[in-house]
Design a binder for this molecule. Structure first.
Ligand SMILES: Nc1ncnc2c1ncn2[C@@H]1O[C@H](COP(=O)(O)OP(=O)(O)OP(=O)(O)O)[C@@H](O)[C@H]1O
Ligand SMILES: [Mg+2]
Length: 249
């Protein structure tokens, strides 16, 4: 299990490449694996149909597909917000289908999640929104202080730490939500349409930040329906259509 002292976040942020040397064969093993996963919601909606997917440590994967094709459902299965109707979902070598309660919470601490609608706490400042995650996980105050500034720098918000969410642009709010997702240094980052509400410039800023995180070894899975982002990227892409998954590149 990752502990607070596992990864020196300050050095990761000040010198991204220093954290990771060339990955060994084992490190490149799969970190996420879906085997024959079908998800049918209780109302009968068929969201995923026999999906097989393997994501290796350090990958940056785009999941595309039209509205209703199952992108959010796929991510929800990965952080245990939904359970598959059939099949296996493995993250960090753990089968999520078997996890409940504390063990599920512990696994979730190793998965950062970014939502399209940011989900920031309105009456807390940027710094408090980000620190809140660590407080909830029982980090000591000094450790929280140690992590806060490098994380805000990473997303370019070091000068806006004392602002409230409604005093920020949409792009800035999304970057707070990225900071919140990564401040506990999870090895995996899931981003569900993180650019969905942003203009082209802000979308690129978000993608650049996610790529920087990927460069320090974080596995990134991002859903988007923005074909431009996908075309301009040289990362692997899978597409969902009516709950079925296709490898595009
Ligand atoms: N909680 C739910 N209960 C019932 N059906 C659901 C639920 N969540 C999603 N669905 C259905 O499952 C299918 C896939 O939905 P999902 O939200 O995964 O799609 P999506 O690709 O993320 O779409 P969008 O691009 O609009 O966000 C849709 O038909 C949707 O109506
Ligand atoms: Mg969605």
């Amino acid at each position: 299990m990752t502990t607070v002292s596992d990864r020196p976040i300050s050095s990761a942020h000040s010198s991204p490449r220093s954290l990771h040397t060339v990955p060994t064969a084992t490190q490149r093993d799969s970190i996420v694996r879906l085997q024959q996963v079908t998800k049918v919601y209780t109302n009968g909606s068929r969201a995923l149909e026999n999906v097989n997917l393997q994501v290796r440590r350090g990958d940056f994967l785009f999941v595309t597909g039209p509205s209703g094709s199952g992108k959010s459902t796929l991510l929800k299965l990965l952080y245990g917000a939904e359970r598959p109707t059939q099949g296996q979902v493995q993250v960090h070598d753990t089968n999520l289908c078997d996890l409940r309660g504390d063990r599920l919470s512990m696994l979730r601490r190793r998965i950062g999640v970014v939502f399209q609608d940011y989900k920031l706490i309105p009456r807390r400042t940027v710094a408090e929104n980000v620190a809140f995650v660590l407080q909830a996980q029982g980090y000591a105050r000094r450790e929280i202080q140690r992590r806060l500034l490098p994380t805000l720098k990473m997303v370019g918000l070091q000068d806006k730490a004392e602002r409230f969410p409604d005093q920020l642009s949409g792009g800035e709010q999304q970057r707070v939500s990225i900071a919140r997702a990564i401040v506990s240094t999870p090895p995996i980052l899931l981003a569900d349409e993180p650019t969905g509400n942003l203009d082209a410039d802000n979308s690129w800023q978000v993608i650049k930040i996610l790529k920087k995180l990927n460069a320090v070894g974080i596995t990134v899975i991002i859903t988007t329906h923005d074909d431009r982002l996908v075309r301009m990227s040289n990362n692997p892409v899978v597409q969902l259509r009516n709950g079925r998954l296709f490898h595009v590149k």
